[in-house]
Design a protein around this ligand. Structure first.
Ligand code: UT7
Length: 312
């Protein structure tokens, strides 16, 4: 049996903050932000709740997959910025989409969350617990951002990405595996207290990212028997263009293979990877047989990678 991506979707809230907007709010400049992060704009959910974005992305993915609510038998939502502590955002989403009484839960693995959520869904499908899973990563990080702290506020945006994963009897292809890990002893480097604001030691997270992304890539590809040059696209978590370019240089990858959205959307935590995936899909840039490598890191500190072979 295999598990493949049957459809993708995304939601970017309509309001946009530019670097010029930040230069009016804190002591910063377009030159500093672009030079240190690569970010130019980010979308922010002024009027939308997290569940509104999750719903829009999920509906788009279901439409793209050609499935109805009755087909969905599992919902996993990755979020660290839910509208409420509980119940799970996945249950709110189930209600919005009028889904049957199915498995619904949230995953809290921060920016690595989509890769974790896909792992949960894919393994449940492969062991017969579900046939069609809705996997959504939806984040309203700006609700936790301190807009007086220039070292963090310029980095983050809001958005949601979704994928419908489906199991069938074909052999090979689809989700080829993942490597997932965490280092809880480094957890203080990026955290948020209940009702509080995001706190980050940027240097520490930067160093962590540059160290663990290659580790995740190599452990995953070692287990699946692939090499990175086989991959059509690498979709890294979008925290900082300098981190993305460091990974690109390490493997001497051509620029066009490494997907970048951070310039337009900033860091949307776990929503970055599925939004980038949906952009590739909607632009018609994915063909059956293409290998896609996703790699992320984030609060936890968590990290991980997943490998897909595209195709129905
Ligand atoms: O999803 C995972 C989460 N996060 C990350 O992956 C973040 C990883 N870290 C980073 O992306 C980078 O460390 C940052 C973008 C957060 C910071 O960039 P940096 O090149 O490491 O800057 P820095 O912290 O070394 O700061 C250099 C200088 C400092 O001034 P002094 O002390 O040298 O006078 C900062 O105060 O730049 C200053 N600075 C700013 N200046 C203008 C920090 N933020 C700003 C700003 N505008 N927005």
């Amino acid at each position: 049996m295999r598990v493949y991506v049957a459809g993708t979707g995304r939601c970017l809230p309509p309001d946009v903050l530019t670097n010029a907007d930040f230069a009016r709010m804190v002591d910063t400049s377009d030159e500093w932000i672009v030079g240190h992060t690569g970010i130019r704009t980010r979308h922010i959910a002024r009027t939308m709740k997290n569940v509104d974005m999750a719903e829009a992305a999920a509906r788009a993915a279901m439409e793209n997959a050609g499935c109805t609510p009755a087909d969905i038998d599992m919902v996993v939502v990755s979020t660290v910025t839910p509208d409420r502590m509980y119940p799970a955002l996945a249950c709110d989403l189930q209600n919005r989409l009028d889904l049957p009484d199915v498995f619904c839960m949230d995953v809290s693995a921060a920016c690595s969350g989509f890769i974790y959520a896909v792992d949960v869904a894919a393994r449940r499908i492969l062991t017969g617990g579900a046939r069609t899973a809705l996997v959504v990563a939806s984040e309203k990080l700006t609700a936790t951002v301190d807009y007086t702290d220039r070292t963090t506020c310029i980095l983050f945006g809001d958005g949601a990405g979704a994928a419908v994963l489906r199991g069938d009897e074909k052999e090979g292809g689809g989700w080829l595996g993942s490597f997932l890990a965490a280092r809880g002893d480094d957890g203080a480097a990026l955290h948020c207290m209940p009702g509080g604001q995001l706190k980050m030691e940027g240097h520490e997270v930067f160093r962590f990212a540059v160290r663990v992304m290659p580790e995740a890539i190599e452990k995953l590809l070692g287990s699946t028997g692939h090499v990175i040059s086989d991959c059509k696209f690498v979709i890294p978590h979008q925290a900082n263009l300098r981190i993305i370019r460091a990974v690109q240089r390490r493997y001497a990858l051509p620029e066009e293979k490494v997907v970048v959205t951070v310039d337009r959307y900033g860091n949307m935590s776990s929503a970055c990877i599925p939004i980038a995936l949906d952009e590739l899909n909607q632009a018609g840039r994915l063909e059956p047989g293409d290998l896609l490598l996703m790699v992320g890191f984030g609060a936890g500190l968590t990290y991980g990678a997943a490998l897909f072979e595209w195709g129905e």
